[in-house]
Structures are given as structure tokens and as C-alpha cells.
Ligand binder design. Structure first.
Ligand SMILES: Nc1ncnc2c1ncn2[C@@H]1O[C@H](COP(=O)(O)OP(=O)(O)OP(=O)(O)O)[C@@H](O)[C@H]1O
Ligand SMILES: [Mg+2]
Length: 362
């Protein structure tokens, strides 16, 4: 198969996060991938709410800025959606041909989609047969308002959206699926994206998504806690947070001595409890289906993964092995030449989106 066929168009992966907008382009480099261009711009305050772009012009301007910084001139984009109203569910339903399911998908999805199915984009993939004449189906639903508002913001920035993906799928693609000889692709793992306002937890078993859940607590929850306790402005609270090391919370019998850590600990523990609840929920679903596949590993990414000691403390609290990983930790990606210490945590989603156009040639 010729690579050139697919390289006529330069696709841009666009991650519209609530803290920052990330864009990137990927090119083949031998049998690996290289992030050849990437850029980032701060997301204007309150311009994206619950996944919906509420200030199109502000987001479009920031996006243009990120594209300019990255020297990206491509015009075709791949974007992602995530959040509480984006549904990814692996469900078991009576066996039927794909064409029949396509006709009844809105009815089937109605049970899992909290908002009106009429106002949602719904896609599905038949995963395979299950016992008792049933089959497993992956259902994905996203509110039209989220998708449309994001497509509009891209259009205003000169980008035509070719594909709308799920952020967690993109992250999995960049960190695990494309990895050479990945053992993780054969296991049941949890992928945790700690962003600014949302933490997304997905459970993936042998490459198949079982569920994703969105927790409205993330990096900003911690920054705000520091801000209000120490009466700091946002920038100083962010700086202070970045200097903390969560390994100080390990093996402490008495009270934690570091005051900022003492302020953050209940919030971090709370977030970890929610992650645990997601894993428990997955586990309970499994027992229903009679095939328990426990989560053996948690992979953490997103900007929140930068916090020193986070993986160790999470592992201590949840009693599961935890590793933080960014795009440059994936063996399929060539080393970033700019910064040896840069894992590319924030770029995981954008690069996974960009990869979507390339995966056909892998
Ligand atoms: N060194 C660090 N230590 C702790 N937190 C950090 C560090 N660097 C960045 N962060 C946090 O990462 C978060 C931003 O991550 P990211 O860019 O993944 O978010 P986003 O994609 O814009 O947001 P969301 O996915 O929630 O919409 C912020 O809360 C920021 O404080
Ligand atoms: Mg994000």
C-alpha cells in the first residue's frame, strides 16, 4: 500500500480542551511516527462549557493562534469530543444483522443516552457474538450541540472537520494501540485523562472499549483549592501546584506537613475515589456477564499527569499498578528532539486524533 495516497492531505489533530487548545500533525518516519508540528494556545475563559463551544469567535481565534504557532497550514481537521454527555457503552443485545440494527439503533441507544436521541449523533460497531443468541455492540453517542459547535469553531479558523472522534479513543490510539508489541493491548486496563476540568476514565479490554466515564474534577479543582485557601491568583496557584510532589503523601502515619499538600490531599483522594467507583462499576458489569476481567493497570495522561508522584500515590490508594504516559513514551513515536523530559502528556489526544488519518497505513 502506498503511503503517498494518504499523504495528499495533511490532517490536523485538534484537541479543544478547556485549558488549552492543542493542534498537531504527524508524519511517518521509517516504520514509526513523528510529531512534526504542534502548537498550543490558551483557551479563552468560559468559551467552552460542558464540551460545547459557547464563544465560537474566541475559540476560533485561539485555534488560529495555535495553528500559526505550529506553522500548520493544513485545512482538514480531526476533532474529538468528551465529557459527561458523550456516551461510550459496550452493550449486549439480541443478535441481528447490521442493517437491522442501523434501523433500530436510536431505540437501542435510547436506554443509555441521557439526552434525547434525536439531538445526538449515534454510531455503533458490532463487536461479535455473545451467548444465548446475543451480540456485543459498542454504542457511541454525542450531543449534536457539542459536535456542531466544535465543527463551527474549526470552520471559523479555516479548518474543515473530516472526522469526529472520541477523545479517549484518540488517547488510546496514541499511547497504546500503536505501540510496538504492546502487552497492554492484550490486557484489561484503565485509561485516565486528567485534564483541567474533566477527568475521563475508560476501561479497555483487549483493545475493546468497555466504558468511559467522565468525572467533573481535574487539575483545576486542585488549582482552585489552593487559590481559595491561600488567597492566590490563578497563575501563582498553578505555579505552586506544579512544585508539589505527591510522593510526600506516601507512608505518612501522622498529618502531612506540607500545607499546600494538606489542602490538596482531600481533593486528590476524592478524585481517586471516583476513579475507583468507575472501576467498580466496570467490575460489576463484568460479573453480570459472568466473565470477570479485572483492571490490571492504570495509564494516566493529560496535563494532570505532570504532577510529580501522582502515579505512585494513585497506585498506593487504588492498589493497582499505575503508569503515567504521554505520546513520546509510545515506542512507535520517534523521540521528541525539543525536550528529552517532555512526555507529551498534553499532546496525547491531539496526536491520537492526527493518527486517525494515518492508521490505515500502519
Ligand atoms: N506540572 C504540573 N503539575 C500539576 N498539574 C499540571 C502541571 N502542568 C499542567 N498541569 C495541569 O494540567 C491541566 C491541563 O491539562 P490539559 O491540557 O490536559 O487540560 P485540557 O485538555 O485543556 O482540559 P479538559 O480536558 O479538562 O478540557 C491543568 O489543570 C494544569 O494545572
Ligand atoms: Mg483534555
Amino acid at each position: 500500500m502506498s503511503l503517498k495516497l494518504f499523504r495528499k492531505k495533511a490532517y490536523v489533530g485538534v484537541d479543544l480542551g478547556t485549558q488549552s487548545i492543542k493542534v498537531c500533525q504527524i508524519e511517518p518516519s521509517g516504520n514509526r511516527w513523528a510529531v512534526t508540528k504542534h502548537g498550543e494556545a490558551k483557551t479563552p475563559a468560559d468559551s467552552i462549557k460542558d464540551g460545547v463551544v459557547v464563544d465560537t469567535m474566541a475559540v476560533a481565534d485561539a485555534l488560529k493562534h495555535a495553528l500559526k504557532q505550529a506553522k500548520i497550514s493544513g485545512t482538514s481537521a480531526i476533532i474529538g469530543v468528551a465529557g459527561g454527555s458523550v456516551i461510550v457503552r459496550n452493550v449486549r443485545i439480541p443478535r441481528m444483522p447490521e442493517a437491522t440494527l442501523r434501523k433500530s439503533i436510536r431505540f437501542e441507544a435510547g436506554r443509555y443516552v441521557p439526552s434525547s436521541v434525536e439531538d445526538s449523533f449515534i454510531e455503533f460497531e458490532i463487536l461479535g457474538d455473545a451467548p444465548e443468541n446475543q451480540m456485543d455492540v459498542l454504542i457511541v453517542a454525542a450531543p449534536r450541540e457539542i459536535v456542531k459547535s466544535r465543527v463551527d469553531a474549526c470552520a471559523k479558523a479555516g479548518l474543515e472537520v473530516e472526522v469526529v472522534d472520541i477523545e479517549a479513543f484518540a488517547m488510546y490510539r496514541a499511547l497504546i494501540e500503536t505501540e510496538f508489541d504492546s502487552e497492554l493491548a492484550e490486557q484489561t486496563i484503565a485509561l485516565v485523562d486528567i485534564g483541567a476540568t474533566t477527568t475521563n476514565v475508560s476501561v479497555i479490554s483487549k483493545g475493546v472499549f468497555a466504558m468511559t466515564r467522565s468525572i467533573p474534577q481535574a487539575g483545576n479543582t486542585l488549582t482552585s483549592a489552593l487559590q481559595s485557601y491561600f488567597k492566590l491568583d490563578y497563575e501563582d496557584a498553578e505555579k505552586g501546584k506544579a512544585q508539589l510532589d505527591l510522593t510526600a503523601l506516601l507512608n505518612t502515619d501522622g498529618p502531612v506537613e506540607n500545607p499546600p499538600l494538606r489542602v490538596l490531599q482531600p481533593h486528590i483522594d476524592d478524585l481517586f475515589r471516583e476513579i475507583r467507583r468507575s472501576l467498580n462499576y466496570y467490575q460489576s458489569q463484568q460479573t453480570d456477564q459472568g466473565e470477570a476481567k479485572p483492571v490490571t493497570k492504570i495509564i494516566v495522561s493529560g496535563g494532570g499527569a505532570r504532577m510529580p508522584g501522582l502515579a505512585q500515590y494513585m497506585s498506593h490508594k487504588l492498589d493497582v499498578a499505575v503508569t503515567s504516559a504521554g505520546v513520546y513514551d509510545c515506542s512507535r513515536f520517534v523521540e521528541s528532539e525539543h525536550d528529552q523530559d517532555d512526555h507529551g502528556f498534553e499532546l496525547a489526544v491531539a496526536s491520537g486524533l492526527a493518527l486517525r488519518s494515518m492508521s490505515k497505513v500502519a
